[in-house]
Design a binder for this molecule. Structure first.
Ligand SMILES: Cc1ncc(C[n+]2csc(CCOP(=O)(O)OP(=O)(O)O)c2C)c(N)n1
Length: 321
């Protein structure tokens, strides 16, 4: 049985992700962040709950909607925000940006922009753990838009055949960009695929972060102790558009508002208030406000990457490796 952390710690991380992303959206509108920006707002309980079920030595990979996982794994708000701003002080020296956040120390192995493309990479990471016998588990997050893609099926097949210590977590938010699930998948239950690959599965609506810890925790435990892969489907909802350039005209405001009323972050706060009182929750909120304001100020004043970083990593030039 997975040890569930104090609700205050889980709420703190969820609130940090929410507030960092709200400020990132503001900075994007101000032109301080370039390229794409895909927000995780509404889905925070998944990364936070899953992280609580992992060890620091486990590996985690996800899609371009990666800010939440990076913060859940312990990246500082400064390092993430500066990365979004494209600054040299960012987690990847400003070279990765929003979609390619990477933190080798915390074993957060990206941030991938190609839908489905990271599932075989995660399978390879799990293979490496098994081959080396290091006891590590890999967790791989993806949207339901990955399911009709070949890599999903290749990854499931090999993970099952080779009995790899991996947890595949489908964050099913009902839409692949503007396309609703019934135009993407003939069968809506993503976990139905687990049957054809002969692996265990679990499927649940994400409302309670503590439930995420125990449900994903059971799959992590199975991976660690039995070297058996699991397909977990988390039914969730993103409150914002697919990315900042999406006006979201494909869903009604009534639908979005109905989901916001079941916001797992609001629920976590209400439960925290019931357990520890309003002052405890307010104190966490105040700490987060200070942390996020500091991250924005730090990113604003940080330097851009200079040519000695850009040339060997990004451009061919006299210093190229
Ligand atoms: C191979 C590939 N095809 C198409 C795209 C364009 N694209 C970016 S996100 C996306 C939708 C993915 O939806 P889903 O997997 O449900 O994840 P979500 O964005 O909902 O988190 C598409 C089609 C891409 N990045 N890669």
């Amino acid at each position: 049985m997975t040890n569930v952390p104090e609700l205050a710690a889980l709420y703190r991380k969820m609130q940090l992700i929410r507030r960092v992303e709200e400020e990132a959206a503001r900075a994007y509108a101000q032109g301080k962040i370039g390229g794409f920006l895909h927000l995780y707002i509404g889905q925070e309980a998944i990364a936070v709950g899953a992280d609580a079920a992992l060890r620091p030595t486990d590996y985690a990979l996800t899609t371009y909607r990666d800010h939440g996982l990076a913060l859940a794994r312990g990246m500082s708000a400064r390092a993430l925000m500066a990365e979004l701003f494209g600054k040299a002080t960012g987690a990847c020296q400003g070279l990765g940006g929003s979609m390619h956040v990477f933190d080798a120390e915390r074993r957060m192995l990206g941030g991938y922009g190609i839908v489905g493309g990271h599932l075989p990479l995660a399978t390879g990471t799990a293979f490496a753990s098994k081959y080396r016998g290091d006891g590590g588990v890999t967790i791989c997050f993806f949207g339901e838009g990955s399911v009709p893609i070949g890599e999903f099926h290749e990854a499931m097949t090999l993970a099952s055949l080779w009995k790899l210590p991996i947890v595949f977590v489908c964050e099913n938010n009902g839409y692949a960009m503007g396309t609703p699930i019934d135009r993407v998948l003939p069968v809506h239950e993503v976990t139905s695929h687990a049957v054809s690959y002969g692996i265990p599965s679990d499927r649940f609506v994400v409302e309670c972060v503590r439930e995420v810890v125990t449900r994903i925790g059971a799959a992590v435990e199975r991976a660690r102790t039995e070297s058996t892969p699991t397909l977990v489907e988390c039914l969730t909802y993103r409150f914002r558009g697919h990315s900042m350039s999406d006006p979201g005209k494909y869903r009604t405001s009534e639908e979005v508002e109905a989901h916001k009323r079941r916001d797992p972050l609001v629920r976590a706060r209400a439960e925290l208030v019931a357990e520890r009182g309003e002052a405890a929750a307010a104190a966490i909120d105040a700490e987060i406000e200070a942390e996020v304001a500091d991250a924005v100020a730090f990113s604003d004043t940080s330097p851009e990457p200079t040519a000695d970083v850009l040339e060997p990593t990004t451009y061919a030039g006299p210093f190229a490796r």
